[in-house]
Design a protein. Structure first.
Length: 300
């Protein structure tokens, strides 16, 4: 069967795109590779009417609602390879099954563990820490993110420490800004985290010192789970995100991306919040539908 669109990923962006295309009566295949990156999170936040819902519960509700649309097919599995020749796409799934969409969309978006989500329920708690664990993109960008997050956390806790490591220098202006915000900077490399169960209680540093903390926020490295955009030749930004325009279109005609895997060059960060990913998926689907209006209807 030839589909109008194939969506790889059942994150908020992918499921929102599927819902929009389903309501537009587009033959849509959704490749479900299982729970998304935010599945371990204890809740989705800033999502109107669903604040605090578990990511798996939100995903299950969306999948159930999609079952009402006869033109939307959900298929479990992983997408291994994709080719594009003269505007025609062929997707190869694990196991060798091949599908041919008229247009493609890669929108596996999900929510990051961000300060407002984690900090709000524990506002007023003491001894917090934000740490740089890896650099994504340029060093200047990482310094900006770390410093900004540390200052941001001071609104929720009176005691915030920024751990950078000896190989990561802040400029004078950044240190003045952190000092003015009463954020303590530790330049020793962080080598261990300890506590009871899942609760952080202390941090160990390379010089043997230990620091009591109640919570730890990290800047973990981000990378693409799938190399399908690279296989297709999509333009990739320096932080590994797929480059898109304001409509979710990639540099390859017929290929769209949404969620935290993609961003516009004018934005410093991808839209990692669930509600933003869902909105981007909806927008991409609307554009796909409109473009298909000018495309001859495929025959089975």
């Amino acid at each position: 069967m030839t589909y109008d669109a194939v969506i790889v990923g059942t994150g908020p962006a992918g499921l929102s795109a599927a819902l929009t295309l389903g309501r537009a009566r587009r033959e849509t295949l959704v490749i479900d590779g299982g729970p998304g990156r935010n599945a371990p999170s204890d809740g989705v936040h800033n999502f109107l009417s669903r604040d605090g819902i578990a990511p798996t519960d939100l995903r299950n509700i969306a999948l159930e609602q999609l079952s009402a649309y006869a033109t939307v097919e959900i298929r479990e599995g992983l997408a291994d390879r994709v080719t594009a020749v003269d505007g025609e796409f062929e997707l190869v799934l694990a196991g060798g099954h091949r599908v041919r969409p008229g247009g493609c969309c890669w929108p596996p978006g999900s929510s990051m563990s961000c300060p407002p989500s984690r900090a709000w329920p524990n506002a007023g708690a003491t001894r917090w820490c934000t740490a740089r664990t890896a650099t994504a993109g340029s060093a200047a960008t990482c310094r900006w993110r770390c410093s900004r997050q540390a200052i941001h956390l001071r609104r929720f806790s009176p005691d915030v420490v920024l751990c950078l490591g000896a190989d990561f220098e802040l400029d004078e202006d950044q240190r003045k800004l952190l000092s003015a915000g009463d954020v303590i900077v530790v330049d020793q490399p962080l080598v261990g985290v300890g506590g009871a169960g899942a609760m952080v209680q202390w941090l160990d540093f390379a010089d043997g010192s230990r620091l009591d903390r109640s919570a730890l926020f990290v800047h973990a490295p981000l990378r693409q789970r799938s190399d399908l955009p690279t296989q297709l030749g999509c333009q990739i930004l320096d932080d590994g995100a797929v480059e898109i325009n304001d409509l979710g279109q990639t540099s390859v005609p017929g290929v769209y991306a949404a969620g935290d895997m993609a961003r516009r060059p004018t934005l410093p960060l991808a839209g990692a919040q669930v509600i933003l990913a869902a909105a981007e998926g909806t927008l991409a689907a609307i554009v796909i539908d409109q473009e298909l209006l000018l495309t001859p209807t495929p025959t089975n």
